[in-house]
Design a protein around this ligand. Structure first.
Ligand code: SF4
Length: 222
């Protein structure tokens, strides 16, 4: 049964329970979402509820026999990177909420999600999207980092990573309006999908393709 649960959850160290991480896009939640999470946590006596670095909530220590019912009662999709594909878009509140916001990072995150998710790219991809250069979305250490400035528009950085292979992203393009940014993201993701090795993360892909300058030329951004 634990193997069956691994399709929608992460098997824990004890090999007897799983963690379920519902999709919560960009950390934005409704009172209904919170109430459902609280209700299943009480009903199924989930021992650990943890906010993740990807702006989601992990329900940890779920018994395999409860997994199906919990998903049904939540009415939410599994959100974490079960294998590959768009792992997450971390977005700061941006001009919708933050007093320092200069651009609509949440709106842009939604547009990027709608473009990238259906592409079904077979590698982990993490975005960080921020509404000003302070970059609370941490894009500089993500596969793709984006931040906005009121005066000049969006900047996109690529090839960043955190963890054991830490690397800072480098600027691919800047001074982009909303549609131009979506165009660059679409071209970049298409190029990545066509040229990547199996499961190759962006921080390895960028140097293998000859660096940011070579990718910029390949995308026709010069
Ligand atoms: S990056 Fe800027 S807009 Fe976004 S939360 Fe930080 S200060 Fe606010």
């Amino acid at each position: 049964m634990i193997q069956e649960s691994a399709r929608t959850g992460i098997v824990q160290k004890d090999k007897e329970t799983v963690a379920l991480i519902p999709e919560i896009k960009f950390g934005m939640m409704t009172p209904d979402d919170l109430e459902k999470i609280a209700a299943v946590s009480r009903k199924y006596e989930i021992p650990v509820i943890k906010i993740t670095s990807a702006q989601r909530i992990a329900l940890v220590g779920v018994k395999p026999e409860h997994v199906e019912a919990i998903w049904e009662e939540l009415g939410m999709e599994p959100g974490h990177g079960l294998g590959t594909g768009l792992n997450y878009i971390k977005a700061c509140p941006g001009e919708a909420v933050c007093r320092l916001g200069q651009r609509d990072s949440l709106g842009m995150a939604e547009r990027i999600y709608d473009v990238v998710k259906p592409m079904g790219i077979e590698s982990k991809i993490k975005f960080g999207v921020s509404g000003c250069p302070l970059a609370c979305g941490e894009g500089i250490i993500r596969d793709i980092g984006i931040f906005g400035k009121k005066s000049t528009g969006w900047t996109i950085q690529i090839g960043g990573n955190s963890g054991l292979n830490a690397r800072l992203g480098e600027v691919l393009a800047k001074d982009l309006d909303d549609d131009q940014l979506i165009d660059v993201v679409t071209k970049l993701m298409t190029y990545y999908k066509e040229n990547m090795k199996a499961k190759e993360r962006m921080y390895r892909f960028v140097p293998r393709m000859g660096g940011v300058e070579a990718i910029r030329q390949a995308l026709g951004l010069e």
